[in-house]
Design a protein around this ligand. Structure first.
Ligand SMILES: [Zn+2]
Length: 435
């Protein structure tokens, strides 16, 4: 069957729900410079400025998309470049390269008239964590296959996450779990609470097929010790455990690219802190690019500007349909250099907007004004899970992507884009690109 994707329909739907969350460790590194103007702004970002809690839609011309990505540097050749640049890309990487080549050639063909391709549907869920702390938990649902990235923000979050995950994971098995780095707000609910046979942690509650984790950490915390115990338990139950560096190197049975659904691959990207020590734990974050036909989804954990610089230098990054805002919307992540490559269309931020968990400086509370200013030239479709008391943001955010290209964003509380929210109007300044 030929599937030529020529238009994307983005519609926002709404429901009602609850909110909660505060923040976690925000490293205050050197602020990155603001880039408030970019010539290659994604088409359609301004027309949608009037989205409200009604369903609205717009057409997105994917051929323009193709054009600008080829100007930028073809995403199709990226994966090959990065493979061939890397010494370790031994013959094992053939699998991953070939699967990426497949999807790249689909990209090319679809822009020039179509190619026989079947691409499965998927949904990406950014979960609320049951409290007012910043933290990450992202569920990717592809038919019977589930990928869970991180489990924040506190040990007590585990039952909240499980209740949500169980709506999609019906067989008690998470095929893939990714732990991006060793901070509490990303690993605590893997551990959970309780003892003996009553442990609530995700790694105790589910069978886990393959767990892929950071390859380095400086952590000496109790929660990290508890996490290691939980991983040991998972291994005893049959879980395969790899580091992201093993994945990148295609060693010990790990793979750089996993086929996780029809026409869908989970690809681990390289950044130098997989192998090099740093004092900034966030820069150890696992970076993953999910590819669904022409759609790309980028997840970088809490990677900071130094890690992002390496990520940009080490990979040819494609334009991304969805980007999980780096490090909860910190001013020290989502650098201009990264955004210029990925040109995100939809940005989801996991944080509790405006809490003073890490700083009293209002502009630097997640999601920061600097982050918003850098994102604004690319898109105004920014969604945020939670906000401090007195405000309500999206709640659990679901981005549903049909294999045909239809994308829908739904919030359990509301579907307002960030700039339309009361929190934004009270606590942030409208960037020029959003006026
Ligand atoms: Zn974090």
């Amino acid at each position: 069957m030929k599937k030529k994707i020529t238009t994307f329909l983005l519609s926002l739907t709404l429901c009602v729900g609850i909110t909660a969350c505060s923040f976690l460790p925000q490293t205050s590194g050197a602020g990155t410079s603001l880039s408030s103007s970019n010539p290659d702004v994604v088409e359609g970002s301004e027309e949608e400025s009037t989205l409200s809690s009604r369903v609205e839609s717009y057409e997105y011309n994917s051929e323009q998309d193709e054009d600008s990505s080829s100007n930028d540097e073809n995403s199709s050749s990226d994966s090959e470049d990065s493979s061939s640049n890397d010494e370790d890309s031994s013959s094992d990487s053939e699998d991953s390269s070939s699967s990426e080549e497949d999807s790249s050639s689909n990209d090319e063909n679809s822009s020039s008239g179509g190619e026989e391709t079947e691409v499965a549907d998927l949904s990406v869920h950014f979960l609320e964590l049951g409290n007012e702390y910043a933290g990450d938990c992202t569920l990717i649902d592809i038919g019977d296959t589930e990928i869970l990235i991180d489990a924040g923000s506190r040990k007590e979050s585990a039952p909240t996450l499980k209740a949500y995950i169980d709506k999609y994971c019906k067989d008690g098995t998470l095929e893939y779990v990714i732990a991006t780095h060793a901070h509490q707000d990303h690993i605590a609910a893997f551990v959970g609470t309780g003892s003996g046979n009553n442990k609530t942690g995700i790694l105790y509650q589910y069978e886990v097929g393959t767990l892929i984790q950071f390859s380095k950490t400086n952590s000496t915390t109790q929660i990290y010790d508890n996490y290691k115990s939980a991983v040991t338990y998972a291994k005893s139950q049959g879980t395969t455990v790899h580091t992201v560096l093993e994945c990148w190197n295609n060693t010990n049975g790990a793979k750089r690219s996993y086929e996780v659904g029809e026409g869908i691959t989970m690809n681990f990207l390289y950044q130098s802190y997989y192998a090099t020590s740093t004092s900034d734990e966030n820069d150890y974050s696992v970076c993953m690019l999910l590819k669904q036909g022409e759609n790309n989804f980028l997840f970088t954990g809490d990677l900071e500007s130094a890690g992002e610089a390496s990520l940009v230098a080490s990979n040819t990054l494609p334009k991304c349909k969805l980007y999980k805002g780096g490090h909860h919307g910190s001013k020290t992540s989502s650098t201009a250099a990264l955004l210029a490559k990925i040109q995100p269309e939809i940005v989801c931020v996991c944080c509790c907007a405006g809490t003073n968990e890490y700083t009293e400086t209002q502009a630097n509370q997640f999601p920061t004004q600097a982050f918003i200013n850098r994102i604004a030239p690319y898109t105004d479709k920014v969604y945020v899970t939670s906000a401090k008391a007195g405000y309500t943001l999206n709640g659990n955010i679901t981005v549903s992507c049909a294999g045909s290209g239809m994308v829908t964003v739904t919030g359990s509380n509301n579907n307002l884009i960030l700039k339309e929210t009361a929190w934004f109007k009270a606590e942030r300044t409208l960037p020029a690109a959003w006026r």
